[in-house]
Ligand binder design. Sequence first.
Ligand code: HC3
Length: 434
Amino acid sequence: MYSCSQQQSCQIDRSSRNRCQHCRLQKCLSLGMSRDAVKFGRMSKKQRDILLAEVQQHRLKEQKTEAPISPCSADPQSLQSPLASSPGLPQAFSHTSAAWSGHSRWESCCSLRPCTLPRAPLQRDPLILQPHTSENPQMEKTCFRDLQPHVEPARPSVFQRLPPCQNPDSYINLSSGSCPAPECMMSVGELDLLMQNIVFAHRETCQFRQENLQVLRWETFSQIEVQSFQQKPMDQMWERCVCRVTDAIQYIVEFAKRLSGFMELSANDQIVLLKAGAVELLLVRMSRAFNCHNSTIFFEGKYAQLEIFQSLGCDELIASMFDLCHSLCSLNLSEYEIAFFCALILLDPSRPWLQDKQKVETLHRKLELSFRHLLRRTHREAILSKLPQKGRLLAICQLHMEKLSIFHQMYPGIAWERFPPLYKELFLSEPENS
Ligand code: HC3
């Protein structure tokens, strides 16, 4: 605690800054420095290094399961290797900011501040979500910002040579009759390059590494823990789940941003595709974190039985999500296949409100060719007819929207006041979200 011997109005500049600690502190705070920054500023380099090392150690412990978001590795074959973290990515994807501000891992997602997000996809500037970070005050001001693409744009000539070919019932076109063989349209090199892009994008943004999920898959909640979840008030459980879901969707946004061609779409089309595809991708990603032997899903550090979500009042929704996970798990999809399936769902040219449907069609067609090429090489073409149809994913998404709307009617105000901005932006309609 500092005090000022004058009238708390000392001039503070470079030469006089050490004369009055009270006024210096007040000036720092008034200029927007956080108390932590003020404190750290006063530490010696040695003290700061010790503290940073401690925080780093704490972070590593917390990251037991979480996959870092990292730059592309040169090894497309291995999805197993741990990757270094990427300096260019938003802090919300590391837990540094949570650690500094004293929040636990599970609190960090809700540190997103309210912000203005585009309500309608049309007529907006090119904006993409940036999560809030307490370390980067600039980021606090806006949620959607311009972003540079993470990947090289694909060569237009490759796209232009692809003929349109669509089957509305499936994410993958199975009618090979009207579609030329991939090799005729794209070189093997091009097909492989695209495959690498998809796989890297997935690997960098998958949130939890497969091997870590495997290690934890038998760690389930105890009966007492299950009961404690079940006794939680409905609104609290909703808020908690919505925060987790929003966290996962932020990783999906990052996945989209890395997909070749996505950042070259108009802002409108990026938003349309993300709004329409986010939950579908979440469902597919959910299957990675599902243990089909005991029907449990990874939730807040352990594997959760279906009953844990009882107080949400969404039994039918959760049951259909778990059912889908069972179906997907029975296909034994590799990380490559999951990556492709997600990319195909996201870049779906049949989404309503797309401005440049043709561009998305071309991207989708190219993805399809590359996916088929991979499946041919791995002798896995049989899975194509077994992947869930669009209608099944759509039905679950609609159920989610219905349940959200019921919750919103039951607890007017809660969704608006306590749900993260990204979730509101994606799932609450205009009048509710204004
Ligand atoms: C359990 C969960 C669905 C699965 C979500 C997963 C495991 C999906 C894969 C991501 O990489 C990680 C991840 C994070 C959050 C997990 C969700 C939290 C809550 C949700 C339940 C099924 C409840 C959903 C309820 C509601 C109404 C919000 O949709």
